[in-house]
Design a binder for this molecule. Structure first.
Ligand SMILES: NC(=O)c1ccc[n+]([C@@H]2O[C@H](COP(=O)([O-])OP(=O)(O)OC[C@H]3O[C@@H](n4cnc5c(N)ncnc54)[C@H](O)[C@@H]3O)[C@@H](O)[C@H]2O)c1
Ligand SMILES: [Zn+2]
Ligand SMILES: [Zn+2]
Length: 402
């Protein structure tokens, strides 16, 4: 700590305007805080929503990022289990571990950190004023509130890649699969093969799904999933979603998969036929101001509609992709008629991490050691955001090093 006054951090300055700036160092403010020196920090599909769609809820200068790991620098008086020098991964949500919701394994709903002024759930690092405007983790240092509960201690030795995904990608994929309720020997389709969808495929296979179907429209993402044993479908090869649905039904005795995981979310791309409708909807959140956008936003629902159509009758839809609209028209007739089960939400990180840790070994059954396609210095964040959003240069998962 000695001698530090300012640090480098990735800040949001406006729509598609991300800059690395010098900001004041974080300090311990509460006895339950810790400050960590970040050694690796992920770039997430959720950050891309901040880049454009969630602009109304950002303030210039906000520090972004929520997928950090690093070394404990300093702890408050009420953080008995951590000490300087410990190696930790920090969950993207801030939870107390003591309230009714945390006890129920719903850490995303933590009643201690809920952002009640905005009517939202647990506070998140670096994720708009809706989630508490907490300074984020794409920075050299991070103040971690509720540090008596959140940080996951991991051993020294292996590279950061082994553990860093415990902050978000792994528990999100894990929860997606758990919520999907795939029966043993059953089938699941994963829509979207970005980091979340890709990892959800791996988890589903590792946890006994008989067949996993993967859908995306980016060639290298499809190719990577195929290498893992996923039966992939390229959305671009179909004139209409109906044809894709028919192709996957053909593989499942005409019924459709037992479960569908939507790992796309609000910024879905559609087939040629669906594109026009989405383009119309996509304009809306951008032209409305904050309070109005909050009440009337419309998602691009292409992936969710595809999930409803695709899943077999009585099947489960598990939504990991983030949706934020409040005026979305949905095919309720079909949803009801098909007796669909829909489960969704941000991942409750600490609920799953003890189950996941045994998979993070030298044998590396989930392939975390080679999961990142890019390691870049934090100073290159603006380029990394652009590259990841445009899916250039084979970027699937980007880790930044302060
Ligand atoms: N629930 C959680 O806790 C949680 C945590 C992390 C991320 N997320 C969300 O999960 C989603 C995926 O995150 P990511 O990091 O993998 O992001 P990403 O943007 O890299 O992945 C999305 C993928 O979906 C593909 N896609 C777009 N439209 C499609 C369509 N109609 N059908 C099939 N695929 C389509 C894209 O080509 C891309 O590969 C995002 O919405 C993100 O916000 C949720
Ligand atoms: Zn994330
Ligand atoms: Zn709590």
């Amino acid at each position: 700590m000695k001698g530090r006054e300012t640090m480098k951090a990735v800040t949001w300055q406006g729509k598609r305007d991300i800059r690395v700036e010098d900001v004041p160092d974080p300090k311990i403010q509460e006895p339950t805080d810790a400050v960590i020196r970040i050694t690796s920090t992920g770039l997430c599909g959720s950050d891309l929503h901040l880049y454009e769609v969630l602009t109304p809820f950002m303030t210039p200068g906000d520090i972004v990022g929520h997928e950090p790991m690093g070394i404990v620098e300093e702890v408050g008086a009420e953080v008995p289990d951590l000490k300087p020098g410990d190696r930790v991964v920090v969950p993207f949500q801030i939870a107390c571990g003591r309230c009714f919701m945390c006890a129920a394994g719903l850490q995303t709903q933590c009643e201690t950190t809920q952002v009640t002024s905005e009517g939202m759930g647990a506070a998140l690092f670096g994720y708009t004023r809706l989630y508490g405007a907490v300074p984020g983790a794409q920075a050299e240092y991070l103040r971690v509130p509720q540090a008596h509960y959140g940080p996951i201690k991991v051993p020294h030795g292996p590279a950061d890649d082994r553990f860093v995904y415990l902050s978000d990608v792994l528990p999100t994929a894990w929860q997606a699969v758990a919520y999907a309720d795939v029966p043993r020997g059953g089938t699941v389709a994963v829509l979207g093969l970005g980091p979340i969808g890709d990892m959800a495929c791996r988890v589903a296979l590792a946890r006994g799904a008989e067949r996993v179907f993967g859908v995306d429209l980016v060639p290298e993402r499809l190719a990577r999933a195929r290498r893992d044993g996923v039966h992939t479908f390229d959305l671009r090869g179909f004139d209409h979603e109906k044809e894709l649905v028919a192709a996957i039904r053909d593989e499942t005795d005409g019924r459709g998969p037992d479960a569908v995981i939507d790992a796309v979310g609000t910024e879905a791309h559609g087939s040629a036929a669906a594109r026009l409708v989405q383009q119309a909807a996509a304009v809306m959140p951008r032209t409305l101001s904050g309070p109005l956008a909050e009440r009337f936003t419309v998602d691009r629902l292409a992936a969710f509609h595809l999930a409803i159509d695709l899943v077999r009758r009585g099947g489960t839809i598990s939504l990991s992709g983030v949706y934020g609209g409040s005026a979305d028209p949905l095919p309720m007739l079909t949803m009801f008629d098909k007796q669909l089960q829909i489960r969704m939400g941000q991942a409750n990180v600490r609920r799953w991490t003890d189950e996941i840790l045994p998979y993070l070994t030298d044998a590396d059954p989930l392939g975390v050691d080679e999961f990142a396609t890019h390691h870049v210095p934090l100073a290159d964040a603006p380029h990394a955001y652009e590259m990841f959003q445009r899916k250039q240069d084979g970027a699937i998962k980007v880790l930044m090093t302060p």
